[in-house]
Ligand binder design. Structure first.
Ligand SMILES: [Zn+2]
Length: 374
């Protein structure tokens, strides 16, 4: 056989003959959990103490792996795994897997056993329609006819900076803006809150009607065919006073934006269900990597306290403590609290251990130290 030119392998066949679990095992160690096997992230620059990687089989029968730490680039199929761990290009990775599977050019092997799809309800990729909707609404917010939505947002204390940095938008309603089926219905004017990933990329959106119809929903989400709800929405911090060292976690995107405009790293947990293992693992992994103390600012009611307790238990499984702070006025959420007391953020400071504040790394020391100054 000639070796002048690499053989063009059938990628589907190479993947079908590769057992991804065995391959992950070669590059990483695994732990068994009640929800199946998990691996430490094989990406070389990710020191993953939490075994953040799980595996699933997609609708085409291809095995895939994904790291839930919050870095959305840590994912892929067996070829991506070999490329990242062996630092080789795609062609070399396919060649490596073909030879590992015992494939020979022009010598067919018996057909591989069919693989069953293990997660028909696995994560669904985000439709580009959702991203277009978010961009259109973010632009629309600043048009003259969306004054009612801007007023609604201003009444909640949001600054223009935080709205721009987080691509918050206005949906004028379906009478005035057509949209594909599966996007929020547009029953009336609404504020649109995108859910971002830790790098600020749009992953999902929630639409909040500013005047919900009686008995109608306050929030409207894209349908599941348009993408999976990521359950966790990151925000981009703004404001002159950055407060490094703390990750604030709230229920929902609006409260997280309140924290973000006060200079905090902040994430909102989406949905009415309790936080789950995936949410807790992603928060814990991110906080550990960035050396952040996690502070949950809960709603001041029993549901809020239960939420905080549950989240604390889940995060404790990763060996990380959750600080829980409740607004001083019963029934208030963080947004209410911030409107009542603009200095609310200083209440967060005592929860932060001093040594974290002194871990300045690449942050500006003056703003870091302000956190501890009453
Ligand atoms: Zn990773």
């Amino acid at each position: 056989m000639s070796t002048d030119r690499p053989h063009r392998w059938d990628i589907g066949e190479v993947l079908d003959r590769t057992d991804l679990a065995a391959l992950l095992e070669e590059h990483s160690d695994s732990i068994g959990t009640p929800r199946g096997r998990r691996w430490r992230c094989p990406v070389p620059d990710h020191a993953d103490n939490h075994a953040s990687v799980s595996m699933y089989t997609d609708s085409r029968g291809h095995q895939r792996w994904r790291c839930w730490s919050g870095d959305d680039t840590h994912r892929g199929d067996a070829i991506d795994l070999v490329m990242v761990t062996r630092r080789i290009d795609r062609g070399a990775a396919i060649e490596h897997l073909a030879s590992r599977a015992g494939l020979q050019p022009n010598e067919p092997l018996p057909p591989p056993l069919p693989r069953k799809t293990t997660q028909p309800n696995g994560p669904r990729p985000l439709s580009p329609d959702v991203v277009r909707y978010v961009a259109k609404c973010a632009d629309r917010l600043w048009q003259p006819d969306m004054l009612p939505v801007r007023k609604w947002l201003a009444h909640r204390g949001f600054t223009k900076d935080v709205l721009l940095a987080n691509h918050v938008g206005a949906d004028p309603g379906r009478q005035r803006m057509s949209r594909p089926a599966g996007l929020p219905r547009g029953d009336g004017p609404a504020a649109v809150f995108p859910a971002l990933d830790p790098n600020g990329v749009v992953r999902y959106a929630q639409t909040r009607y500013i005047r919900p119809s009686p008995g109608g929903p306050k929030f409207d989400n894209p349908s599941t065919s348009m993408g999976s709800n990521p359950r966790l929405a990151w925000t981009t911090p703004t404001g002159d006073d950055r407060r490094p060292g703390t990750l604030i976690v709230c229920e929902g995107i609006p409260d997280a934006l309140t924290a973000a405009q006060n200079g905090f790293r902040a994430a909102g947990i989406l949905g009415s269900q309790y936080p789950d293992h995936s949410v807790a693992t992603r928060l814990a992994t991110y906080a550990e990597r960035e050396d952040l103390t996690i502070v949950a600012v809960i709603d001041g009611d029993n549901a809020g306290r239960n939420f905080g307790q549950r989240l604390g238990e889940l995060i404790a499984e990763s060996g990380i403590d959750l600080q829980i702070i409740e607004p001083p006025t019963p029934g208030h959420d963080l947004n209410d609290w911030a409107r009542e007391s603009p200095d609310w953020a200083d209440w967060i400071a005592p929860a932060i251990p001093i040594d974290r504040n002194l871990d300045l790394r690449d942050h500006e020391p003056t703003t870091t130290l302000e956190v501890t100054t009453p």
